[in-house]
Design a protein around this ligand. Sequence first.
Ligand code: FAD
Length: 395
Amino acid sequence: MSQHPITLIGGGLVGALLAQQLAQRGFAVDVFEKRPDPRHAGFAGGRSINLALAERGLHALRSTGLADDVLQRAVMMRGRMVHDRDGQHSLQRYGIDDSEVIWSVSRGALNTLLLDAAEAAGAKFHFDQALTTADFDRQRIRLADADGVERELSAGLLIGADGAGSALRAAMNAHTPLGERVEPLDHGYKELEIPPASDLPAAVLQAGGGRDGFALEPNALHIWPHGSYMCIALPNTERSFTVTLFLPNRGVAPSFPTLPDAAAAAAFFSEQFPGLLPLMPRFAEDFEHNPIGTLSTLYLERWHLDGRALLIGDAAHAIVPFHGQGMNCGFEDTVVLANLLAEARGDHAGAFAEFQRQRQPNADAIAHMALENYIEMRDSVADPHYLAKRELGAL
Ligand code: FAD
């Protein structure tokens, strides 16, 4: 039976996975994506950016038949490798064996795989098409192309998977307030890179504990906890690591404003992360060129406008990244929504309300855990009392 047409805004991780499942269930799906097609244009200026895929997201991928393909492009992480200031490191496993692990996956490779899968299922993608506004009473949307040329289209059922800064959310909020609250974190982040071991002099590799062509142990999420700030590193299949520095956005040193250039940052790293700096030969270039990312938690009282428009993924519940669960939670959303819409028999308002009823408590809980985990990652993992409790199985 043919289903109601769907207009999906945003073809990122959540939008592409949702498009695949809706198309599989017989919906005519059109996806409007602001950016160019990443399969031709590439991602983030060619930088490797990766994400931790956990059981929650993997479960959703299994139900859509994509888990094996994704895992073939992922690196297993069996625990946190905590690096102390003296250059020592130790692994804190996530489980008693490798049945409880998480996976590092490239955002670009994952998005490409999901776009291919959604297209194969019948979804149609329209790239370089940014939603600018929506008229919910006339069920029409306005889109701007890469040159800023605008056009208006009639829309199907509107779903916003357009991320934390969602334009659809702004349009919905202007029509009927959604009870939006954004809590910015006073810490930002910057991405850096450790290249494969083959690109590094042998002398700097000795203390890293790497193997198989990686400069550090590949099957771990590395953390350098320093109290009010930290670095983490996740492995990439091409044997590099993406390093993320999390640091306060303002205030006394250390904070991003107190590191105005690469020279100041290199001096800070050689004092605070002495083992890490030599592993990053392009440190100065990366520090100068890569932007400082901002982080916040988004809380909404209402995720939908009766049966006309709904928000999903980060557009509905953006969280800080410290539990590595934003994408995972968004993937879980897609399975719930696709099933509800397939069974809705035209009652879209009912399906949207049920979606929020089922998913909002989970999203709120994850948002809370993600904020708590920032303290744990940057601080408690290095605390002997924490380690003693963990030994006893309390954490
Ligand atoms: P997005 O990935 O933001 O995608 C939104 C899409 O909509 C984009 O393609 C965008 O171009 C498009 N778009 C935006 N505006 C418009 C418009 N006006 N019109 C049309 N299209 C538009 N999560 C994890 O699970 N594990 C992790 O390890 C992890 N690490 C993270 C690390 C960092 C530093 C950050 C910032 C986040 C991390 N996350 C992680 C969270 C994860 O990135 C997000 O939860 C996930 O990307 C949300 O997917 P999404 O599709 O909802 O939004």
